[in-house]
Ligand binder design. Structure first.
Ligand SMILES: [Zn+2]
Length: 308
């Protein structure tokens, strides 16, 4: 079976009544994420709803943490610290960045897959993530996106049963709730698993197959259950995920075309056909189909580059 160089996931996810990502809260109003894009189907500039790539990447990292054996993580990632390996004494005490990177990659699946930034000292440097996410963008329907701001009143204890006019102590707050179909783009680069990005050597004693499998399982988990912001009361009603998985079997980048475009799946198929020795496009029409198609890819192994 051919090895896996890269995997691109391009699809449309339907999430109803969620609040997965917000701009922030000003006073008692939480603002949803607004983004300006060019609607590829009309070429008009429009405002739509977004879920940032940072949020989606964070969702993937959290699932990876959940699925990992915690003893196979560095001391930073064990506690899901954003500084990752920089929070680990042994890694931080290294003589230079290349050594610190080797230790972090060897020690920790999250440092290896999600990358890190060591901001200061003799180990200053960075490793880019092997998983990449773009913004999830609300597909406009007639140039608009569905969104609602709900008003809630939190009543003081003992005020229950009174009419609204009688209540004196209360807090009114506004929460945005959105429903829609979102265009998702993500790229996973298995060839970089376990690869020190300074020396360009694969690090010994790293189970690359296992890490590849974990990263793909985290993709399954995040679309099986989307956990972002405000899920304690806005757990999304996920109803569908459809699209294309692009598999690259040789050192050819997996193409990315936005699912904002009506005919993105056909265009991906055409490209895969042009590069037919290297690329394969795999369609899925539901969340369950996505999980199944990713499961078929889990049986494969990551591609290795050779410098000799
Ligand atoms: Zn780590």
């Amino acid at each position: 079976m051919a090895k896996v160089y890269e995997i691109a996931i391009l699809g449309r996810a339907t999430w109803n009544l969620h609040s997965l990502n917000n701009e922030g809260t000003v006073g008692n109003v939480t603002e949803p994420r607004n983004v300006r894009i060019i609607d590829p189907n009309t070429n008009e500039a429009i405002t739509t709803d977004g879920i940032s790539g940072e949020m989606l990447k964070h969702m993937h990292a959290e699932k990876l943490w959940e699925l990992s054996d915690k003893s196979a993580l560095c001391n930073g990632c064990k506690r899901l610290e954003p500084e990752r390996g920089f929070k680990d004494k042994e890694i931080r005490g290294s003589k230079d960045f290349a050594t610190a990177a080797t230790k972090a990659i060897q020690k920790c699946v999250i440092c290896d897959s999600h990358g890190f930034l060591f901001p200061e000292g003799k180990i200053t440097g960075s490793r880019s993530s092997t998983v990449e996410f773009g913004w999830a963008l609300g597909l406009p329907i007639n140039g608009e996106f569905t969104r609602d701001i709900h008003t809630h009143a939190r009543h003081a204890v003992g005020e229950k049963g009174k009419t609204e006019g009688e209540i004196t102590t209360q807090m009114v707050y506004h929460r945005p709730t959105r429903s829609g179909e979102y265009a998702i783009v993500s790229v996973f680069q298995p060839w970089r698993i376990g690869l020190n990005n300074v020396t360009m050597n694969y690090i010994k004693d790293v189970d690359r197959d296992e890490r590849y499998k974990l990263a793909l399982t985290a993709y399954q988990a995040m679309f099986m259950r989307a956990d972002g912001a405000m899920t304690s009361t806005r757990l999304p009603h996920a109803t569908n995920f459809s699209g294309v998985i692009v598999l690259s079997k040789n050192n050819v980048p997996a193409p990315v075309i936005s699912p904002l475009k009506a005919d993105y799946a056909d265009e991906i198929k055409q490209i895969a056909n042009t590069f037919k020795d290297d690329l394969e496009s795999i369609e899925f029409k539901s969340i369950a189909e996505f999980i199944g198609k990713i499961n078929n890819l889990i049986e494969r192994s990551p591609f290795s580059i050779t410098l000799e």
